[in-house]
Design a protein around this ligand. Structure first.
Ligand code: TYM
Length: 331
């Protein structure tokens, strides 16, 4: 059975991009695969979160994951820092990751630009930790959104390099997972360009109240409207249609598409419909998040069970890696 690993940073609430880019796919996969889903709290340290916030963020994301439908009885759900074997593999893999390739990573260059006063080594070696997360469970498939394509390509490089260096077939080469016939997903933000992101201020969170969602959607950037029938949609408008595509029914999308093509579209109507369809989708999840957040006993039970299962798998691989490298005990 193929093994699947995916994760999410604990830097903020889960948003629609996270859901449709990654979580949705792995919810479906948990029924037929050996699945590991985790909260990357160590990765989030690259941005220096306040210690008091870190724990709360992890708890929030854990509740959100479960509220989406990830079933801890089927999948192994855990917190990255509960599995110290990952940190050791990260250290070992760092020895075969080269400065030039790490510096060229787009996400590193972006982050270095965003936080010029905090260009730390953790940011540089972020893809190595991500590779360790994935290969420690010998994953074959990784459901991620388009923005993680390059990081995943680096995981493939590191896995391949390790196998080649030591002339072993220890690690499968992990592939990004998308449903057949689909491309990797990129959910746009509400600000007219780029992707929906936690730090971009353009996201709709699964935990947002309906009134907040309505306000955010009504403020989404548009243009002055089509001037010719059947003209191509500019990015700002295409973005709204992309969101409509994931939350609305095909006939709703077709209706607004036709109105756009006939130049009779009223963006206010489109936004109202989009907001209601998002609310219809997120509201049951939001209510489940609230219930889960109030159940500390259940959350800690899930985290403990997940940590045990993840450690069992991780320590087995780590032992094999140590032997291959030649790190052996004298006692
Ligand atoms: P993170 O926390 O930024 O995002 C979690 C997942 O959500 C996807 N995603 C999106 N997909 C489509 N459209 C968007 N606008 C959008 N925004 C986010 C991401 O692609 C990702 O799949 N480095 C990872 C966390 C990580 C990880 C791993 C993932 C650490 N180790 C191992 C997979 C396997 C990250 O920062 O994701």
């Amino acid at each position: 059975m193929p093994t699947v690993v995916s994760g999410i940073r604990s830097t903020g609430n889960l948003h629609l991009g996270n859901y449709f880019g990654a979580v949705k796919n792995f919810i479906e996969m948990q029924h037929h695969h050996d699945t590991y889903f985790f909260i990357a709290d160590l990765h989030s340290l690259t941005t220096h979160p306040v210690p008091q916030h870190l724990y709360g963020n992890v708890k929030q994301v854990l509740a959100e994951y479960l509220a989406c439908g990830i079933d801890p009885e089927k999948a192994t759900v855990f917190i990255q820092s509960d599995v110290p074997e990952v940190s050791e593999l990260y250290l070992l893999m760092n020895m075969n990751a080269y400065l030039g390739e790490l510096e060229r990573t787009t996400s590193f260059k972006d982050k270095a630009r965003q936080q010029p006063d905090n260009v730390n080594a953790g940011l540089l070696t972020y893809p190595v930790l991500m590779a360790a997360d994935i290969i420690i469970h010998k994953a074959n498939l990784v459901p991620v959104g388009k923005d993680q394509e390059q990081n995943l390509e680096m995981s493939r490089t590191f896995a391949r390099r390790f196998n080649r260096m030591y002339n072993v077939e220890l690690f499968p080469i992990p592939r990004p997972y998308v449903f057949e016939g689909q491309d990797m997903v990129k959910i746009p933000g509400l600000d007219g360009s780029g992707k929906m992101g936690k730090s971009e201020g353009n996201a709709i969170s699964l935990a947002d109240a309906p009134s907040v969602i309505r306000k955010k959607v009504m403020k989404a950037v548009t243009d002055s409207g089509p001037t010719e029938p059947n003209q191509q949609k500019p990015e700002v408008i295409q973005n709204l249609f992309t969101l409509l595509d994931v939350v609305s029914t095909p006939d709703v999308v077709a209706h607004f598409d036709l109105e756009y093509n006939q130049c009779s579209i009223r963006y206010g109507d489109l936004k109202k419909q989009l907001a209601e369809d998002i609310v219809k989708f997120t509201d049951p999840i939001r209510l489940r998040i609230e219930a889960l957040l109030a159940d500390d006993v259940y959350l800690s039970k899930v985290a403990k069970l997940g940590a045990e299962k993840a450690r069992a798998s991780a320590s087995k691989t780590l032992q094999e890696v140590r032997e291959v490298i030649g790190v052996k005990k004298f006692y």
